[in-house]
Design a protein around this ligand. Structure first.
Ligand SMILES: [Zn+2]
Length: 218
């Protein structure tokens, strides 16, 4: 069974790894958008601009229908970069609407805006699965997000055994693993996760593929 890397910015594919490459339509990559490999597609909050939203959304709503687009995003809210929070919220809302129409899960980038993200989920009554990628905050915040129905994806933070992410992972079954833009390999992340869960890497692969399958059936 393959490793599943739910969020990576690397282009290269690796044997034995099913990786979901994350592409942002705010750059020109869409001119050469992959047609077969699994990807996520959205407007990254660092680069998305409200004055380009109409045109980019037009492209996104066409391209996102391709069967290899598994997730919408990464999209989200970031208080440290990008447009004002108000504008980011408008941009995110449009992508949520699209994800709901296409019935595809969302992959979310969130920096210092978790309270706003929870409110948005409730206000828009979002029913598609919402995965927060690269979760590296406290155990308490993670638990709160899980209780609100979010799914978490963990990356290199779990290598620190006393991190909130490592503790959450040890206690939960419904999560994903990712490399994002780090140099670390997905094998190393799975090994660290297996150690935390006191299970084998093969058991972990099976667990994560079951989680993935469940998402796409929703
Ligand atoms: Zn990313």
């Amino acid at each position: 069974m393959d490793f599943l890397d739910v969020h990576t910015h690397k282009t290269a594919r690796q044997k034995g790894v099913e990786s979901i490459q994350s592409l942002s339509l705010t750059s020109d990559v869409f001119l050469a958008m992959p047609k077969t490999r699994p990807i996520s597609l959205g407007l990254h909050p660092w680069y998305a601009q409200l004055d380009k939203l109409d045109i980019q959304l037009k492209y996104l709503s066409v391209l996102a229908k391709q069967p290899n687009v598994k997730l919408i995003g990464e999209c989200g809210l970031d208080k440290l970069r990008g447009e004002s929070l108000e504008n980011q919220t408008l941009i995110l809302t449009q992508q949520v609407t699209l994800a709901q129409e296409l019935n595809k899960p969302l992959i979310l980038h969130c920096v210092r805006a978790f309270a706003e993200l929870i409110l948005l989920k409730e206000r828009l009554e979002i029913s598609v699965p919402m995965i927060i990628h690269g979760f590296n905050k406290s155990e308490e915040l993670g638990r709160q997000l899980i209780n609100k129905g979010f799914l978490l994806s963990f990356g290199q933070t779990i290598l620190k055994q006393d991190s909130g992410a490592a503790k959450l992972l040890a206690q939960n079954e419904n999560f994903f693993l990712e490399t994002d833009d780090s140099e670390i390999t997905i094998e190393e992340i799975y090994q660290a996760a297996a150690n935390l869960k006191k299970c084998s890497v093969d058991e972990l692969k099976a667990r994560i593929f079951a989680n993935w399958k469940e998402l796409n059936l929703l």
